[in-house]
Design a protein around this ligand. Structure first.
Ligand code: ATP
Ligand code: MG
Length: 568
């Protein structure tokens, strides 16, 4: 293609809301355009080209794995979501609206219901299974904070696929096969990534894994072990149980006057006791369907930190939110002095697993200025869950080596669903004995548009994008420095024609602009290689440029065509 004819509105101006390199360069490079500044984007020709290249890699690997592409309606009837029970549960990210006949609809944020609906109408027998269907289509999530450009948009492109099997065993095999397929996709795209254990979120099911593109700017904290291959999203990470510090603060059970000791630090200093022996009591408001809510106290060791996603899952809530002092007082709780044992009966208490059988613990007396010492939880029949956020330096549950944090961008997520959707929606098949059984499902997502951002987060410098081979908008850019120089133009045109003939995706910069501006655009757009035809052509030389590192090799003008032919 000819640069002079393309709509590539590059700009020097950094968008005011952009902080991430990918957001800045995708806009500055004229790949995408923000619409109204709220997580909606238009793709300009170059952005669409990259999107299609990424999409093609995803499609090729899925097709090879035997998945079949379909396309489902983006607007989906709310009745399906009511059947699955997710209409209320999904929360405000689900955009709900009515048509002119007052029927409820949603814009699909994910398509489990729709795909199950398609399959339940067409698949009746075990003979038609297994089945794996996918689509690469728009999704809409009314994100509370759309940001970082394509990273977290409201409308975005997702590859979502769904497997239907006759048994859990078969589904598990398909899940493992998809893990391998995803690895191929991310490897082909030239990404450095890690597969980690994950929380299943609003999709549900048991056992899920995320594909994290490693980047400091990633929104997800992942816990990794350098000794073994354990890796998990902090929302799901586990650790070896912590050993107790040596001195146990033994005391007989009693109430202690502890004025102005409302924090773990203050309490630890007051009693000269390690926070391991203090109970941290965190109050949250849990939100449920139909506007219902409940106050919950989460009790964990003072040396630990509450992981909110784990806490939310523990009480099966749609969300957990902070609670005001007034609300605490109204519920009979004393801020700064709360404790799990003296909480009013109406308040639900959830204990962390590490509190099981704990002794010599100090906790709030739920009375202004008082704590209870010498608490024992031995034999306590309570609601125990894993509530803890694993910290750096905690020990790996697999190999007892220290764990560390790293940052990742969630680019894919695969779930073992089971019958969570097939049962309520009645996706049944007749097994070999003629007995009706619910299909066993898996669901698998890839953030196709997010991948554009992830690729750039991992591959850029201070000048612009450095696209990977499989994702680049062009394979090669030919830059004619001075369009008025006939010899330069002649060579440029000749190379361009010969590359087109070879089927190389080539961009010819044939604009009238200054050479400096053309090079700046080259650096910004990030095409992997360029041939620069400049002043030195009079000495019989041109430059072959590699974008990664801006490496420049002088090549004889006579040999460049042969070199390019060999290379591409
Ligand atoms: P996140 O935790 O980042 O909000 P999620 O866990 O809600 O994502 P999934 O339901 O697992 O997302 O969706 C599958 C994939 O779709 C994700 O792995 C991610 O790559 C992509 N994705 C999700 N939300 C967005 C978004 N707002 N913008 C772009 N891509 C998204
Ligand atoms: Mg996810």
């Amino acid at each position: 293609m000819r640069f002079s004819r393309l709509l590539i509105p590059t700009t020097k101006e950094t968008p005011s809301d952009a902080t991430l390199a990918s957001h800045i360069y995708l806009i500055r490079g004229g790949f995408i355009q923000s619409v109204g500044g709220s997580g909606l984007y238009n793709y300009l020709p170059l952005g669409k080209k990259v999107l299609d290249k990424v999409r093609a890699v995803v499609k090729e690997e899925l097709d090879k794995a035997g998945c079949q592409e379909v396309s489902l309606s983006f607007v989906t009837p709310a009745s399906l979501w009511q059947e699955s029970g997710r209409f209320e549960k999904y929360g405000k990210e689900l955009l709900r609206f009515k048509d002119r006949k007052n029927n409820d609809f949603v814009l699909g944020p994910t398509h489990e219901e729709m795909m199950v609906n398609m399959v339940r109408q067409t698949v009746k027998s075990y003979k038609q299974l297994p089945l794996h269907l996918y689509q690469i289509n728009l999704k809409f999530r009314d994100e509370i904070r759309p940001r970082f450009g394509l990273m977290r948009g409201r409308e975005f492109l997702m590859k979502d696929s769904y497997s239907f099997d006759v048994s859990y065993e078969a589904m598990k095999k398909e899940f493992d096969r998809m893990e391998e397929t995803y690895k191929k996709i991310f490897t082909r795209l030239g990404l450095e990534f890690r597969v980690v254990e994950a929380d299943s979120g609003a999709i549900g099911g048991s056992g899920s894994k995320e594909f994290m593109v490693l980047a400091d700017s990633g929104e997800d904290t992942i816990v990794v072990c350098d000794n073994c291959d354990y890796g998990a999203n902090i929302e799901a990470a586990i650790r070896q149980e912590k050993a107790s510090p040596t001195e146990v603060p033994e005391a007989v059970f009693s109430k202690f006057y502890t004025p102005d000791t409302k924090t773990i630090e203050a309490l630890s200093a007051f009693f000269h006791v390690d926070p391991y022996y203090l109970v941290k009591t965190v109050a949250k408001k849990a939100l449920y369907d139909e506007g219902k809510s409940a106050i919950v106290l989460f009790a964990l060791r003072g040396s630990d930190t509450l992981q909110e996603v784990k806490a939310c899952n523990a009480v099966d809530a749609n969300d957990l939110v902070d609670i005001t002092e007034e609300e605490l007082l109204a519920a009979g709780l004393v801020p700064g002095y709360m404790g799990p044992t003296m909480a009013p009966e109406a308040v639900r208490v959830v204990y962390d697993n590490n509190m099981k059988e704990a002794t010599s613990m100090i906790c709030g007396a739920n009375e202004e200025g008082y704590h209870l010492v010498g608490n024992s939880f031995k034999g306590l029949d309570a609601d125990y869950h894993d509530l803890v956020a694993v910290q750096e330096g905690d020990l790996c549950a697999c190999c007892v080596s220290p764990l560390r944090y790293t940052k990742g961008i969630e680019a894919g997520h695969i779930f073992q669903l089971g019958t969570q959707y097939s049962e309520p929606l009645g996706a049944m098949f007749l097994d070999e004995n003629g007995k009706a059984q619910p299909m066993v499902m898996g669901t698998y997502g890839i953030g196709v548009s997010r991948l554009l951002a992830a690729i750039i987060e991992q591959n850029h410098d201070d000048k612009g994008c450095i696209w990977t081979k499989a994702s680049a908008p062009f394979d090669l850019q030919i830059i004619i420095s001075n369009i008025k120089d006939e010899a330069q133009v002649a060579l440029g045109e000749k190379l361009y024609a010969s590359m087109l003939e070879l089927g190389v995706d080539v961009l010819l910069d044939d604009r009238k602009d200054r050479f400096g501006a053309k090079m700046k655009d080259y650096e910004l757009l990030g095409v992997p290689h360029a041939v620069v035809i400049g002043k030195k052509l009079s000495d019989g030389l041109v430059e072959f440029v590699t974008r990664d590192g801006m490496l420049k090799d002088e090549v004889s003008a006579e040999q460049i065509e042969a070199l390019l032919k060999e290379r591409f």
